[in-house]
Design a protein. Structure first.
Length: 115
């Protein structure tokens, strides 16, 4: 199983970024996918999740209404569209999948929100 995040970078407050998570090594369409983040000096925070068929989504209160999770099962890729970014969204963002009871994580992509 391999999860590779991309799309992080520097954004201004109020700006947008789109993160991608390219998955391989498992049947992507069978499994829920999620995003979590870790801000500097803080613990890991669950941000969003999407069901295997995309029909159900979850958002943390801190990002609800600003972030949108989606997936393309044909491309084995999950996405996190982040709008109206705030400085407190600054963090390393990780993609996650639990496959056959094993928790897999990508290496993360850094998002910095600053003027």
């Amino acid at each position: 199983v391999q999860l590779v995040e991309s799309g992080g970078g520097l954004a201004q407050p109020g700006g947008s970024l789109r993160l991608s998570c390219a998955a391989s090594g498992f049947t992507f369409s069978w499994y829920d996918m999620s995003w979590a983040r870790q801000a500097p000096g803080k613990g890991l925070e669950s941000v969003s999740a999407v069901a295997s068929d995309g029909s159900i989504t979850y958002y943390a209160d801190s990002v609800k209404g600003r972030f949108t999770i989606s997936r393309d099962n044909a491309k084995n890729t999950a996405y996190l569209q982040m709008n109206s970014l705030k400085p407190e969204d600054t963090a390393v963002y990780y993609c996650n999948a639990v496959v056959l009871g094993v928790d897999y994580w990508g290496k993360g992509t850094l998002v910095t929100v600053s003027s």
